[in-house]
Every structure is written in C-alpha cells, then in structure tokens.
Design a protein around this ligand. Sequence first.
Ligand code: BES
Ligand code: MN
Ligand code: MN
Length: 458
Amino acid sequence: MPATMELIDQYIEDNRDAFQQDLFELLKIPSVSTDSRHKNDMQLAAAWVADQFRAIQFQTEIVPTPGHPIVYAQSPKIDGAPTVLVYGHYDVQPPDPLDEWLSPPFEPTVRDGSVYARGATDDKGQMLTHIKSAQAWINAGKTLPIQIKYLIEGEEEVGSSNLDGFLNENLDRLDCDIAVISDTSQFGPGKPAITYGLKGIVYFEVFLRGPRQDLHSGTFGGSVANPANAMAKIMGSLVDENGRVTLDGFYDDVLDLTVEEREQFASLDFDEQRFREQIGVSETFGEQGFTTLERRWARPTCDVNGIYSGYQGEGAKTVLPCFAGGKVSCRLVPNQDPDKVRDAMKKHLQANCPPGLDLEVICHHGAPGIVVPLDSPYVSAAASAIEHGFGVAPVFIREGGSIPVVTAFKELLGVDTLLLGWGLDDDNTHSPNEKFSLGDFHRGIKASAHLWNEIGNI
Ligand code: BES
Ligand code: MN
Ligand code: MN
C-alpha cells in the first residue's frame, strides 16, 4: 500500500472517537423535514454540515430554496483528474411513534456497538462518512487526488421537490464524472454492497367524502354508501390474491428479469427464515412465481401506506363516518412510466368509487426506477475501496427503496451513480429505534477515503 494511504488509514484510526462525537452532534439536531415546527432545526443542521466543509477550507455555500436549504461545497479542481459529486441528505423522517423508542430519538445512545437515533443510518451517518474521509485526507496533510463536489439536501424525505430546480440552475457548477451516494444497505452484516438498481415510486392520497357529518350507524347504516367501507374495498382491490397489482396496464412496460439476473439473485445467500424472523411474520407474501429477493428488488408493487376513518377512541362507538382517507404507493421498476401508472391509478379509483361518495385524489412525488451499469472503471474503483475499508469484496444487489436524485443525475448531468451502502436491513430506517453500526461508520470512512484514491488512479 502506498505510504499516503497508510497515513490516512492511521489518521482515521486515531480519530475514531472524534468522528463519532461529530456524528452524535449532528444526530442531536431534530431535522425533520416534513414538520414545519422543525424549520429552525433544518437551518441548524444545514449550518452544521456547512461548517464541516469550511473546517477544511472547501468552497461552501448554504443555498436557500422555497423549502429547506441545500448545502453545496467543493474542493479545488485537480487538472486531469476526475470530479466526483457526492450526494447525501441531512433531513430525517419523523421519529413517531415515540413510545416505541428505547432511548429518545434525538439523544444518540450507544448499545451493542451501534448508535441509536433518528437519522443514524438514513442518512446522517452514511453521508458523514464521505465528509470525514475528505477531512482525513486534508488533516493528514495530503492533497486530494480528485475534485469532490458535495450536494447535501434537506428535502429527500419529502420528495426533493426543490432539487431539480437547483440542478437545472447549476449544471456547469455540478459538472462531474461520477456521482456517489451512501444511502442504501449492505446485503448483511459484514457484506457490503454496491447497489445497481433502485425502484421508482408514485405516491397518492385518497379522500372519500359521504354524508355531511358522521351519522348513527343504526339509524342510517345500510341506506347510504359508507366511506370507510368503500375505502377498504377500493384499497383491497389494488392487489389480487396472487399478489398481482390490478391496475390496468400496470405490467405492460415492466422489463422481465433475465435468466442471468435470477441466477445471480439466487446465488446470494439470502436467509428466508432469518428474514421472516427479522420482520416478525410467519410467512412471506407477494407476487406469485417470484422469490422474495425478486419481489423486493425487481418486481413492481402497490402498498397501502395508511387508512384512517371513523372512531379511533377506546371501546365501541356506533357511528357511520362521513369521511375516509387513504395513502397508497406503487414502487416501480425500470421502464415503467410514473405518469402512466398515475393515470391508471386515478382511473381505477374512480371506477371503484360507489355512487353517492365524492372522491379526491392527490398525486405526490413520482420517480422512475433505475438500473446503473456495472461495467465501468468507477465500479471497479469502488469495489477495491470497499475491500480496503471492510476487508471483503462487495456483493452486487438491487434495492426496493427509491432515491429519485439518481435519475435526475443521469438525465440532467449525464452521469451514473455509485450506490455504496454502509447500512443494514435491520437498521430500522423510518421506524422506531433507528440505528447505525459504529464499526460500519468507521469502515465506511475508510472505504470512502480509499475511493478518492482509487478514482484518482483511474
Ligand atoms: N435512504 C432511503 C432510500 C432507500 C431505502 C434505499 C431503503 C435503499 C433501501 C431514502 O431516504 C428514502 O427513504 N427514500 C424514499 C423516497 C421517497 C420519499 C421519494 C423512499 O424510498 O420511500
Ligand atoms: Mn435516505
Ligand atoms: Mn429515508
């Protein structure tokens, strides 16, 4: 190993605790993007991230948007060397339900070698590895071999609605050769992964309104359409008993899995029983004819995310609710058109709405699915870097989650993205007791530091 990397590895080793303390500082800021009560915390988190870059003299800017600010920073241009664009997000999901947390969500607490806090893995911990790695290079007295640009946003968890605007207005400034994101998972503990496919998403809210106000369910029941009954029926009609989505034309554009890819998925040592135990179910369910990994990574799905209506208090109350609400999302695979799926969903909902009820549908964020090519020198560079950081070569996986900016980078900047996952499937992302392994935080920083070196050698 060249002496430079030995020095940097040593610096990362020596600063393990200091890096963790910094992570804890960031985790203490409740930067919940969807909740307007946290608007000021969003500013604080953006300022904290910006200070990380200023500490190593990167050109840094906090860019206001109609929503939450974007932090942009860059190191000096290195002539003849590639430029990398790192993306991450400093916003987090709401911590609810609060009762379920073993330690408060914004008081980072270490148990069994992991830090527990909202945002630990998604995405503060993972994002920070790419900042700490640059700090390690510079504070170890070395010059970064490549230029690194950082785009850290505060609206990922609410659909990144102001990001495309920023990208479009800054196409020259964001010019780069490859993008890097750590906001995904390893295949399992000690099995770091390069993710080459993400699902897309379309998200809907559905409102059903009936009588002017709630009614006595004896006096009026059976004589008017009940919004709660109707909502249950409509939502229940979206997926059939074989796990197939019933929307008209839903599968028309879906690219079938190739024999090779099915073989590759099957060759990963996925433990079905452990999976069931992890999520607490006695059986898995999904589209017939596909394995669990195929369903999760490469088949489109439709899931109700929430239904609410009627009396929610203790005990029985005989009431016919005048209103029902529902939230539903479809996860899409490459080649499916979000707009087409949106139209099919609207038609389906309308067609299944009983007479006498008023239906309203709101369409939220949408993004297509994406697969990134694996035959690139950047992927090889990332694989070597991961081997340096984690001690093992990465496996290649797809994910069921969505990171819409990956499509935007391809379409607007013309670059592919390296999705380097340091998290774990059981990190409780978006759930109570979110965590991130401190060992993986450390290994992620090391892998990232080596990534700059490996890309510099391309
Ligand atoms: N980090 C996740 C995406 C993710 C989750 C990737 C699981 C791989 C595995 C990201 O922060 C996220 O939650 N994305 C949203 C996107 C949505 C708000 C447009 C998602 O997937 O629900
Ligand atoms: Mn994320
Ligand atoms: Mn998330």
